[in-house]
Design a protein around this ligand. Structure first.
Ligand code: ZN
Length: 288
């Protein structure tokens, strides 16, 4: 036996078959375990399923020609999402596209593994490509950029960048990108139609985060372009056709009520939070 054969034998012995692949190594954060708790998949509309975990959204869109998945949760969410795809009665190998809401570890962390396992192509808002490919590792305009290496997650190299209004099509199903930056550069909500066998149709929306949250030293009031982008996102989302909605953080999704869609109420709540944040910042700058 040659030395290299001996060494490769030793390496194989050191990497048991059930070892967790590098792109599925668990990411650790205070909320991660609660977010990643398994929940059963549930049907949202005729062609749409919720396949995420308790706290991190993921949606599956079904066309006879193939499937589209939105979001990948954490690296350790990938298996949960694939389990839910199977439980809903579908084959992960039929996933043609993986779309992303925004390029943070809790929504894009599982995409590398999911793309590797399914062979699906990946589409992300243009400014999100920076964080997903890791060059530079974090978008400099991200309000959470100062969290730096804490936020690194498995990289995805082959990405189709999308802009507002771009469409991803599989068979007769078209999913439209709705630019939703402000929480993160390149943020996208996604909108599509779902029609049942009788021809009854609904508008379905996957809502990106619209929360004005940041690293400690970041002040939104010092970044008027980000505030303007977030206000535009909130306005765009509030008027979307929205019979059915799910969200990147599903627990932040209000019910439709008083004639207002869930999207409109979600947008209104985000607008109030932004306003409150700006008021708090103005108070803290006024104190000595
Ligand atoms: Zn985020």
């Amino acid at each position: 036996m040659t030395l290299s054969l001996l060494l490769s034998g030793l390496l194989l012995a050191a990497a048991p078959e059930n070892a967790v692949p590098a792109d599925q190594q668990p990411f650790e954060c205070t909320s991660c375990e609660a977010w990643n708790a398994a929940v059963e998949p549930r049907q949202l509309a005729a062609n749409s399923w919720y396949v995420g975990t308790r706290g991190l959204g993921a949606a599956l869109i079904i066309d006879p020609e193939g499937l589209v998945l939105i979001d990948g949760g954490l690296p350790q969410s990938a298996e949960r999402i694939l389990d839910n795809v199977r439980k809903a009665g579908f084959d992960p190998a039929d996933i043609r596209w993986i779309l992303n809401s925004h390029a943070h570890f809790d929504h894009a962390g599982g995409i590398a593994a999911l793309a590797r396992i399914t062979g699906a192509k990946v589409a992300v808002g243009r400014e999100g490509v920076i964080a997903l490919t890791g060059s530079p590792p974090y978008h400099p305009d991200d309000p959470q950029a100062a969290f730096g290496s804490l936020t690194l997650f498995p990289r995805v190299n082959d990405i189709r960048p999308v802009d507002d209004g771009d469409r991803i099509t599989v068979g007769r199903t078209t999913i439209t990108a709705v630019a939703s930056p402000g929480h993160a550069p390149g943020g996208m909500s996604w909108s599509w139609r779902s029609c049942d066998a009788s021809g009854e149709c609904q508008s379905v929306v996957y809502l990106d985060s619209l929360n004005a949250v940041s690293a400690d030293d970041y002040r939104f009031s010092d970044h008027p372009a980000t505030v303007a982008a977030l206000r535009d996102s909130i306005r765009r989302v509030s008027v979307l056709p929205c019979d059915v909605a799910t969200a990147a953080h599903p627990d932040q999704l209000p019910q439709a009520a008083n004639g207002e869609s869930a999207c409109a109420r979600y947008a209104a709540a985000a607008g109030q939070r932004l306003q409150q944040r700006l008021v708090e910042e103005s108070k803290s700058s006024a104190s000595p």
